[in-house]
Ligand binder design. Structure first.
Ligand code: VGL
Ligand code: ZN
Length: 211
């Protein structure tokens, strides 16, 4: 039995950008494979939101902003531990653009995140200081959207943080696992699934959705 998509459901397509596919600055292995899958899945949803990682040059999450530090090291910042990344998804660059084959013209909102110079934001809901809201929860609530389906990049960072935050904010949450790909640094993928399952995130496969 396929899952029935309701008018109060929304698909969140997370960070399907040039920067996160092979050839991008923070390439996720096989990240490009999610593009046709996301395109197909999105056809079943009346409500779709795209997120876009959107950093200013010199962003605090970039290793290049911390002399002597290298990508994938962790440092302690005012708001907690931060993994350092290669410069990626800089505002206005090709790396930050959506993948050219992403074709979801009926998406209603593009939610940019990570634009504060001194705070990262994996989550589409709450920034890494765990206080600053992106406004997405208010947008969804104002539109009466209550169940959030997620796909995109990367499973263990922006997808997982968005999914667990959405649960905390009392949304029903469903992650379409084969429509995501992971970075998987330092055990991050296994930890992400542990956190998501503990938070009550439902995990499905794309074939369970109507075609
Ligand atoms: C992401 C690391 C840094 C993601 C974004 O989209 O998962 N990961 N910025
Ligand atoms: Zn980022």
């Amino acid at each position: 039995m396929p899952i029935r998509i309701e008018s109060t459901d929304v698909l969140l397509v997370v960070d399907v950008q040039n920067g996160f596919v092979p050839g991008g600055n923070l390439a996720v292995a096989r990240g490009d494979e999610v593009v046709p899958i996301a395109n197909r899945i999105a056809r079943a949803f009346a409500n779709v939101v795209l997120t876009q990682d959107w950093h200013p040059a010199g962003h605090i999450s970039f290793a290049s902003s911390h002399p002597g530090r290298k990508p994938f090291e962790t440092i302690r910042l005012a708001y907690g531990d931060q993994i350092l990344w290669p410069d990626h998804c800089v505002q206005g660059t090709r790396d930050a653009e959506f993948h050219p084959a992403l074709a979801i013209p009926h998406a209603q909102l593009v939610l940019r995140k990570g634009y504060h110079p001194d705070v990262d934001s994996y989550s589409a809901f709450v920034e890494a200081d765990r206080t600053t809201s992106t406004g997405l929860a208010g947008y969804l609530a104002a539109r009466g959207l209550r169940r959030v389906f997620l796909c995109g990049l990367a499973t263990d960072f922006c997808v997982a943080w968005s999914a667990t935050d959405a649960r905390r904010l009392a949304f029903e949450v469903v992650v379409i696992e084969d429509a995501c790909r992971a970075i998987d640094t330092g055990g991050s993928l296994a930890a992400a699934w542990r956190d998501m399952e503990a938070a009550g995130v439902r995990r499905i496969r794309g074939e369970e959705l109507p075609r």
